[in-house]
Write a protein that binds this ligand. Structure first.
Ligand SMILES: NC(=O)c1ccc[n+]([C@@H]2O[C@H](COP(=O)([O-])OP(=O)(O)OC[C@H]3O[C@@H](n4cnc5c(N)ncnc54)[C@H](OP(=O)(O)O)[C@@H]3O)[C@@H](O)[C@H]2O)c1
Length: 325
């Protein structure tokens, strides 16, 4: 495993370049079922800890608190060796509510400190002054270590930092070979200022593993209704997947591992792939040690540039067709 030193409080642990996303734990959207929530998820977390993963990401809304509970239980006595991140859903973004929700998350996780407390997405109606007042109070009493945001534009990230009056360490955003928009301004900002981009959906929810195509579409609700998994878009992803396979062969690796190695090639990025099995977490962790050559990195980026999925209103007829096929 490789780690990132973000100059955090020296009492906190280093952040692993590959973390583990826990949205899958206990959430209906992913549909992995009861035995996954009760057994496999625990095994995944324990194996991740054994392999040196320190960054674990969850949120109060994942499975309406179930993900936090499962993650907290699975981490158990390994609490001191992990960097725990969770998120607040800013429905009512006023300081007392923020404080009360942090306590509730900490209770579900069974911890006394949230190493990273993130605002899940910007509230479109209310600016961040009141949330950050709550965050400041939480940091003052030691319940929160670092503050982060998620799905924020660069301007809003900076404004949040100004409101907090100290650094907002990270912005958690979708970043993968099928969506490179954070490269426009978030990555350069993070690289030049010592902030962090946490890449979610680094495998484009499994698309970049190469195991799905128009004849093998994933079955769960989240992905059957996702434009990215439309037969048309799976076809369009063919060339990108072929390039992933080519680079993977050169490293005796898998396309998923190369997709992750590409995401964390830039030093200001860490990735938090989810996993449906212990085997996947083992494979994802091993990706941290793959060094892509500059040629390979460029070839993957160029293939990504040529991938133009159907998006926006144009997906509607495709979704309807896929639904009834
Ligand atoms: N802040 C936000 O708004 C936000 C949004 C989304 C996600 N997140 C966070 O980011 C985490 C990861 O994102 P994500 O779950 O959306 O997508 P992801 O990590 O890109 O995809 C995860 C899925 O890919 C497949 N997979 C994982 N490892 C694999 C491997 N080695 N080989 C083949 N397939 C593999 C698994 O699905 P199958 O095996 O079923 O194919 C797994 O459930 C979440 O758990 C969550 O913590 C945050």
């Amino acid at each position: 495993m490789r780690y990132l030193d973000v100059g955090a409080d020296p009492t906190t642990v280093r952040i692993s370049r590959i973390g583990l996303g826990a949205w899958q734990f206990g959430s209906r959207e992913w549909g992995y079922g009861k035995s996954y929530a009760e057994q496999e998820a625990h095994d995944i977390v324990r194996r991740a800890v054994e392999l040196g993963v320190t960054l674990f990401d969850t949120a109060e809304i994942y499975g309406f608190g179930r993900s936090e509970r499962i993650l907290g239980q699975a981490i158990g006595e390994n609490r001191e060796s992990v960097f725990l991140a969770t998120k607040l859903f800013p429905l009512l973004p006023v300081a007392p509510v923020v404080e009360q929700r942090a306590v509730a998350s900490a209770n579900r996780l069974g911890v006394r400190r949230l190493d990273l407390y993130q605002v899940h997405q910007p509230n479109p109606l209310v600016r961040d002054g009141t949330i950050m007042r709550g965050m400041r109070a939480l940091q003052r009493v030691g319940l929160v270590g670092e503050v982060g945001v998620s799905n924020y534009s660069l301007d809003r990230w900076r404004a949040a930092e100004q409101a907090l009056g100290r650094r907002v360490l990270s912005n958690q955003v979708r970043y993968n070979l099928a969506d490179r928009s954070p490269e426009r301004d978030l990555l350069p900002f993070a690289a030049s200022t010592g902030h962090l981009v946490i890449a979610y959906s680094p495998l484009a929810q499994g698309l970049l593993s190469g195991k799905y195509d128009r004849d093998h579409r994933p079955a769960n609700r989240l992905r059957t209704t996702s434009p990215m998994f439309l037969p048309e878009n799976l076809d369009r992803a063919g060339e990108l997947i072929a390039t992933l396979r080519e680079v993977a062969d050169a490293h005796s690796a898998t396309p998923a591992q190369i997709a992750l190695a590409w995401v964390i090639h830039r030093p200001e990025v860490v990735a938090i792939p989810g996993a449906s099995s212990v085997g996947q977490v083992e494979s994802n962790v091993a990706a941290a040690d793959i060094d892509l050559t500059e040629d390979q990195y460029q070839a993957l980026s160029a293939a990504a540039d040529r991938f133009h999925p159907v998006t926006g209103p144009a997906v509607v007829p495709h979704l309807v067709r896929a639904r009834f096929n």
